[in-house]
Design a binder for this molecule. Sequence first.
Ligand code: FES
Length: 121
Amino acid sequence: MGTLYPLFRYLFPSKKAGAVKAVSVTIPLGEVAIGESRFFKFKGKPAILIRLNQQKVVALSAVCTHLGCIVKYSESEKILKCPCHGAKFDITGKVLAGPAPKPLPTFASRIEGDKAIVGDA
Ligand code: FES
């Protein structure tokens, strides 16, 4: 019987094995006025949600790709700035200036009713 188990697992793999769990975060829009931002945790790391208008939000990692400081959103300039060494990013995560070697990762985001949903689900 013991020798049949690997064959059984091969023919009928567990749904848990290798399955990627969808992760999403819900943020009430009442907490983010249009043109403003809000920090949250996504997959255990600092992230930032920016509300662009009534129907659109963007979500990015808030961890600077240079040395890991937390970037902040400048509402007046509409860019993200790192306070440590001056890196600047646009709202798509693209590096605009400074020593950051890579863009900020972005996350799927959308508005549903009175909530912003970030993530896969
Ligand atoms: S850690 Fe952000 S520019 Fe250096």
